[in-house]
Write a protein that binds this ligand. Structure first.
Ligand code: MG
Length: 368
């Protein structure tokens, strides 16, 4: 099989409400998503989506996705989309780094592989059933009362795990947020306090040693080294996210005992192929993982839910669904959706999500 065409679409995904991270220093209102359709000489077509969470969250840029695909496409035309490791090596030689550029291409090739094999992605990724994956809410930074109100709204939709975004310059305010949310949380619900790298190590140590909560704390500081320093001096389990860009970061995090778990995000890592490598490593060393994408519609969410569903229960924490924050839905009703706190991956061959091209607008580029 050979790739015969790569077609690129751009779509703006507005958030239903403004969203604040990192103690309020980062604000998000609109996501810039790229959809990729890969056609083959055997008539199979695969879909992928790459959608950074704005331009300030990570070194990943919506227009950069399209620019990178323009560079990669001429090299990929004529190659075998089923040979995913070879395809990823070719992409890495052609354009080192820029993992967020490659994820939509890799995802579309997994979709083609699944259709060719007649198997859903959760099966190809190693799962034995279409496991219903617990979903994880994402609670924008605010006052303790505002955040508790958002958690209660999420609970009413079935969410039992919440990612509460904290991390400011005011130590007392963060302590107050953690204590108030912990006190308000029902016994059967869980919270991760996600700092989104806002603290300096001393602030992290002061805050975390001042609170009674022993819940997960995510990405307290900017770098892996800073987070490892904090992890050795606090009682809470540490989850790492934004500082984990490639496999070697994960290997190093394990070597220096920087964390007990990681977020596995295909768009941050370069696609499902590389996310699966990290997931398999995490299972081998006993990490717990939230497996979800960086952003995007239900198409990107569904790809991540396939990987989550194929992960052992003991290693799998809840998954966030970005599409619940959006005011538009370019794949109406399709894919993994929240049903009373759980999302189940499709069992049709491949990814199981086919966008209506009329909703994507005219393609911005087609490479043949
Ligand atoms: Mg995070």
């Amino acid at each position: 099989m050979k790739i015969s065409a790569i077609t690129v679409f751009q779509i703006d995904l507005p958030l239903s409400e403004p969203y604040y991270l990192s103690g309020g220093r980062l604000k998000f209102e609109l996501l810039d998503s790229t959809f990729v359709r890969i056609d083959t000489d055997e008539g199979l077509t695969g879909w992928g989506e790459a959608c950074p969470w704005g331009h300030t969250y990570l070194p990943a840029h919506g227009p950069g996705v399209r620019a990178g695909i323009e560079t990669l496409a001429p090299v990929l035309i004529g190659t075998d989309p089923l040979a995913l490791d070879a395809l990823n090596r070719l992409m890495d030689v052609t354009l080192p780094g820029h993992p967020y550029v490659k994820s939509a291409i890799d995802m579309a090739c997994w979709d083609i592989l699944g259709q060719k094999a007649g198997l859903p992605l959760w099966r190809l990724l190693g799962g034995d059933t279409a496991t219903a994956v617990a979903v994880n809410s994402s609670i924008s930074t605010g006052t303790p009362d505002e955040m508790i109100s958002l958690i209660q709204k999420a609970s009413a939709k079935g969410y039992r795990t919440h990612s509460a975004k904290i991390g400011g310059t005011d130590i007392a305010q963060d302590i107050e947020r953690i204590e108030a949310i912990t006190a308000a949380l029902p016994a059967d619900e869980h919270v991760t306090f996600d700092v989104n790298r806002a603290w300096l190590p001393a602030t992290a140590i002061q805050v975390l040693n001042s609170v009674s909560a022993r819940d997960w704390v995510e990405q307290p500081c900017q770098t892996l080294g800073e987070c490892a320093h904090v992890a050795s001096r606090v009682a809470q389990p540490i989850m790492l996210d934004e500082c984990m860009h490639d496999f070697s970061d994960h290997l190093q995090a394990w070597k220096i005992a920087a964390c007990e778990g990681v977020k596995v995000k295909p768009n941050r890592l370069g696609g499902l192929t590389k996310a699966k490598q990290v997931r398999d490593f995490g299972v081998s060393i006993g990490w717990q993982m939230h497996i979800e994408d960086l952003g995007g519609s239900a198409l990107a969410d569904t790809a991540a839910i396939h990987l989550a569903a194929s992960t052992p229960d003991a290693n799998r924490l809840a998954s966030w669904l970005c599409h619940y924050h959006l005011s538009v839905d370019p794949v109406p009703g399709q894919g993994a959706r929240n049903i009373d706190g759980f999302a189940t991956p499709p069992s049709t061959p491949g990814l199981g999500v086919i966008p209506d091209e009329a909703l994507l607008g005219a393609p911005i580029a087609t490479y043949r």
